[in-house]
Design a protein around this ligand. Sequence first.
Ligand SMILES: C[S@@+](CC[C@H](N)C(=O)[O-])C[C@H]1O[C@@H](n2cnc3c(N)ncnc32)[C@H](O)[C@@H]1O
Length: 257
Amino acid sequence: MPKLKAKRRPSKEPATPYKRKKTAKDEADRSISKSKNKKTVPAQKRSASFTWFMKVYKGLNDWHLPIFEAVNEYTQAKQVLYPGCDKHLTASLIFHNVVYVDLNKKLEPVFKDPLVLEWINKNKKYSDEARLKFVCKSFESNFENTCSFDLMISACAGIVSTPCSKFLKVGGHFLVSDMHFDARTTFVRTDYRLVGLFDSDTNKLETSPEKLKGHFTTTSGSPITKRQVEESINKPKNRRSFTLQKEENFYLFKKIK
Ligand SMILES: C[S@@+](CC[C@H](N)C(=O)[O-])C[C@H]1O[C@@H](n2cnc3c(N)ncnc32)[C@H](O)[C@@H]1O
């Protein structure tokens, strides 16, 4: 598979993945999988799941893929947890072993769909068979053993860090978006250290202190406080008492205790 290159994600965007026009490649990906499965797969159900998955996450054009790739390279994560995943199975193109958690029962058929699984195995970036599991439960429940994962992903699914940090090993990493303020919620915790950010201009994971400078820091030069995180959650940007110097979509933290 060639090096994945995604379009730049807009800095302010809705919580649901953005819509893009279909490309010839999307159609090609779809028809290849369809024809391969013609003999063994009842077309309707699986096609519906596969189409839904492709429509929302755009196959190889998923803009998250460069982020996942960079984080995989940096962390070398073996066991990955993705709470509030929706049908974001493209994570399995990059990460070999992923546990997906979502309370939406409608997602179950997508995770079982042979067409979807075949597409993942055909396009994945690693040599072994993809290992993935879907847990249809709230991420607020005790769905796994504690300290089981070395990477956790939180993307536009509310505050995942509070209920799910116990599942992450000490020394593990947390890839977290700030769209629902989960990154800033993590920043004010004492058991995590900020180690990186994904620069949406250069499409690179930046880890140097110079690049991290100004993030989670107010224009008055102070690190964001718990009270300001609460304020972020409860008030729109234009009514807050503070402004951050710099903001990105995705940050990487290390669990230090
Ligand atoms: C906006 S979608 C984001 C999906 C995906 N992470 C992404 O970035 O494209 C939020 C998902 O979180 C799930 N979700 C919200 N609260 C949840 C909870 N308490 N437990 C499990 N899943 C939850 C929803 O069902 C939904 O699929």
